[in-house]
Design a protein around this ligand. Structure first.
Ligand code: UTP
Length: 405
């Protein structure tokens, strides 16, 4: 099938019209982008994933904070040994657009300091350095950026001497981009010949690492466990030896740091079992009955809120790499250029983006250990400027934990 036929088949006549009016260079660039489109995935705008497709949900057993405290030394010993043997790597997910924070720069460059600069990236590296201090070994760090923020992110790290982390232990890679479509499934453009592209969600980290040759790099280094974490939780422990040790000793294929839900309706995704496999159920998918269900010990049955800090078994990741992870079709406001050449920033949702989510990988891993951490000590996400999960709340929590701002 020719490229033209393919566009017609998928109802993209408007793209053909655009191609006609482009310079040779623009046309070349657009042709390359079009060739990379996964049409099957794009067609999913017609049938978005819905909660109706959920399997049988049941509670999952996990390690509670008290049990972790009791076995702390044992877990630490095993985890620290793995880190010293070079078996643990960390992956920082920094490809998001941070729209809620509303800063044009990459989120990690946001300064949360009060009396001196304290950048989010700096705080994360400092958290990792505390593990280096405890174990006496550096953890290789891979940083995922997107086409939109890669240059700025790399330059920022260089400018700040990698915040004291050895440069040779840090590698960057760029995540894949996905096109957006309008409500009729037509590809949106952000420029005359440029498709409206955005990062394809945080579930794309492993395939993007593979494409960049970094999954092979990890294998060469003998990495057996990968700690993947979000850019915005400034309090989290990274490559936490206790978490690593507990997951290794559990014999399971992954681990997830979780915080205990403070009330049955808190807006966090909870880890549970779905048809016997680990899965994350969003708060809006929980029925009233499930939200209030209690275990024999009186605690909420669905109380392990995920905080986007996972440990994955590298071998198992390799095995499931070929399996397709579900694509979520999400309604968004997508800025675009009209056919008349006018740039439009819509005030309401006008199209769909296609995203894969890391939480769907947990299911593919086959098994997962929920590992409870204390919210006040390990969970301070910077999502918004003010209010819930904001710069303000994160600052307060950092200070409570003795970080000078
Ligand atoms: P969020 O889901 O909070 O998205 O990302 P975001 O883009 O940072 O912020 P909003 O929703 O636009 O305000 C959770 C984590 O996943 C990363 C983010 O950088 C963050 O660490 N992420 C998200 C990616 O790396 N790539 C993506 O495509 C999306």
């Amino acid at each position: 099938m020719t490229a033209e036929e393919r566009l017609l088949l998928h109802g993209q006549e408007h793209v053909l019209k655009r191609l006609d009016g482009l310079s040779a260079e623009e046309r070349e660039e657009l042709t390359v982008r079009l060739a990379a489109i996964d049409w099957e995935e794009l067609e999913q705008w017609k049938r978005p994933l819905s909660s109706l497709e959920r399997g049988q949900i049941s509670p999952i057993a996990g390690l509670k904070a008290q049990e972790i405290a009791a076995r702390r030394e044992e877990f630490f010993r095993v985890g620290a040994e793995a880190i010293r043997a070079g078996k643990v790597a960390a992956v920082l997910l920094a490809g998001g657009q941070g729209t809620r924070l509303g800063s044009p720069a990459p989120k990690g460059m946001f300064d949360i300091g009060l009396t001196r600069p304290r950048y989010i990236f700096e705080q994360l590296i400092s958290n990792l350095l505390s593990v280096v201090k405890e174990t006496g070994a550096y953890v290789p760090l891979y940083i995922m950026t997107s086409e939109k923020n890669d240059g700025e992110t790399r330059a920022f790290f260089e400018e700040h001497d990698f915040f004291g982390y050895p440069a040779e232990e840090i590698k960057f890679f760029v995540q894949d981009m996905a096109p957006s479509v309008d409500f009729e499934g037509k590809l949106l453009f952000e420029g005359r010949g440029r498709l409206a592209l955005s990062p394809n969600g945080n579930g794309g980290w492993y395939s993007s690492m593979q494409r960049a040759g970094l999954a092979a790099d990890m294998a060469r280094r003998g990495v057996e466990w990968i700690n993947v974490f979000a850019v915005d939780n400034v309090l989290q422990r990274i490559a936490d030896p206790i978490f690593v040790g507990a997951t290794i000793l559990s014999g399971l294929m992954s681990g997830a740091k979780v915080v205990r839900k403070c009330d049955p309706h808190e807006r966090v995704g909870v880890l549970c079992l779905e048809d016997g496999l680990p899965s994350v159920v969003e708060y809006y998918e929980l029925t009233e009955e499930m939200a209030n269900a209690r275990l024999e010990d009186g605690t909420l049955a669905y109380s392990f809120g995920v905080i986007l800090n996972y440990l994955f078994n590298a071998k198992r990741l390799g095995e499931i790499a070929a399996e397709k992870i579900p694509v979520h079709v999400v309604k968004k406001k997508v800025p675009y250029m009209s056919e008349g050449g006018e740039l439009i920033s819509p005030q309401t949702e006008n199209g769909y983006k296609f995203e894969t989510l890391i939480l769907d990988m947990v299911r593919l891993m086959g098994s997962c250990l929920p590992f409870e951490v204390e919210r006040e000590r390990e969970f301070a996400p910077v999502k918004n400027r003010t209010g819930v999960d904001s710069v303000d709340t994160a600052r307060e929590l950092l200070q409570k934990n003795g970080v000078e701002l």
